[in-house]
Design a protein around this ligand. Sequence first.
Ligand code: 6CS
Ligand code: FE
Length: 300
Amino acid sequence: MTIHSLDHPSVDLYPTRHVTGSLRVERREPVVWADSFEGPMDRDELRGYERDGFVTVEQLLDPDEIVALRAELTRLCGDPEVRADERTVIEPASEAVRSIFEIHRISPLLRELVHDPRLVGRARQILGSDVYIHQSRANLKPGFDGSGFYWHSDFETWHAEDGMPAMRAVSISIALTENHVHNGALMIMPGSHRTFVACPGETPHGHYRTSLRRQEIGTPDPDSLTELADRHGISVITGPAGSATVFDSNCMHGSAENITPFPRSNLFIVYNSVDNALTTPYAAPAPRPDFIATRTRPVT
Ligand code: 6CS
Ligand code: FE
């Protein structure tokens, strides 16, 4: 079913938040947009990404780079200005830092990383175009009370609340600490990127102020999650510090809370195609701030 969003100039191919009837529609866009860009991924990796919606990289960054990034994250989390910054999300159950958004503009070290060809090269290869940073964040998931991230498609939120037209964005998650099966590792349903699941519930004003701490609106119904999990299974992505996961914007993913003593701290850098720039939100009363969804000052 395709409907015109009330205040959106173009046809909405992925209606969500204010829909009735079938909640699941098949993806319309390619997964790997073109093989015209040379880059670090070989044919097998691109084929795996096309099939599953993600690929893992055993060691994207070297140990000394990880040491420097972890020290930077410790410095940022201990900086009262950073903790008080609206771009920093505090854990609901403690005073620990849950996420720091727009970290590539806060930290010179991270700004350098997001331009690294090991990351940008992969994004350009997959998206088949030049790219810019849509969003960057550190998810700290500290030991003992690192809360989880319920099942969701990033694209569903970025479409509804940021006005992202098509599924032409890719996330690169870099492990800064060991991602074990037990400390809240990323879980992805392999192949789920080919199905768009509309989520019930109108988007409240200023939704991000609650959704980044604990997301409810923008999470799929249990029947859709059951159907996808039955069809695709669930992969738990584990790996050492320095490993990475490159995943499509529409993968159904989530991660459990962390009650172990071992933090699961990951960086997430989201690259969007320059041909997929944000427009008016498809299902939200107003656009989200630039630190969550870059509109005004793309860092290419
Ligand atoms: O709303 C967002 O943009 C963020 N929320 C989640 C759960 N994942 C993607 C992104 O960090
Ligand atoms: Fe997500």
